[in-house]
Design a protein around this ligand. Structure first.
Ligand SMILES: [Zn+2]
Length: 90
């Protein structure tokens, strides 16, 4: 089992390599890996992006989706940090 720590290519969260997932079709690079949270979006992407559309034709759309996920992920982290600080300040 490969328990090396790697970074999710979409949200930058760290994960064990064996827990990572294939990001196609959202990211075109077959070397890239994504975390379990981002993988839900990748799986949804596979369901809504028709298979007959060539990868280069969905590049722009995929970038928009990935940027949206990056921002949402940052907002989630900021919110979690804030909640933790509020709990620690009590
Ligand atoms: Zn991720």
């Amino acid at each position: 089992m490969n328990d090396k720590i790697i970074e999710c290519k979409i949200c930058s969260n760290e994960m064990k390599k064996y827990e990572s997932n294939n990001p196609q079709p959202l990211l075109p690079n077959f070397e890239d890996r994504v975390c379990i949270d981002c993988n839900y979006f990748v799986t949804a992407g596979r369901m809504v992006i028709p298979a007959e559309i060539h990868i280069h034709n969905i590049q722009g759309l995929s970038e928009i989706i990935c940027n949206m996920m990056r921002i949402a992920s940052s907002l989630k982290r900021i919110n979690e940090d804030l909640m933790e600080r509020m709990l620690n300040d009590r």
